[in-house]
Design a protein around this ligand. Structure first.
Ligand SMILES: [Zn+2]
Length: 91
């Protein structure tokens, strides 16, 4: 059997594999130092990521994002009008 792919490692750690496939990969991992280290590394990274607290956005987050989206759209419209009229871009 060839070494595990990243996809197989993610699926294994997330418990997304069929039992027979999981057993096959686990058997390979028990004999292959390279794949065992790779799985341990991904498991450690996953553990660190899960222990991080969720960041709660500020109360103004949605408003600020929406303002930026609207401003971007307005800039895009202005830019198109200027290009169509042959004017130089102010940017
Ligand atoms: Zn291997």
């Amino acid at each position: 059997m060839s070494h595990l792919t990243s996809e197989e490692i993610f699926q294994l750690l997330d418990g997304l594999l069929e039992t027979s496939e999981q057993e096959l990969l686990s058997q390979h991992i028990s004999m292959c130092v390279r794949c065992r280290r790779e799985v341990e590394l991904h498991r450690a990274i996953d553990g660190v990521a899960r222990r991080q607290p969720l960041v709660k956005p500020s109360a103004r987050f949605t408003t600020t994002v929406m303002q930026r989206i609207v401003a971007h759209d307005e800039e895009s419209i202005l830019y198109r009008v200027l290009r169509r009229s042959g004017g130089a871009s102010p940017w």
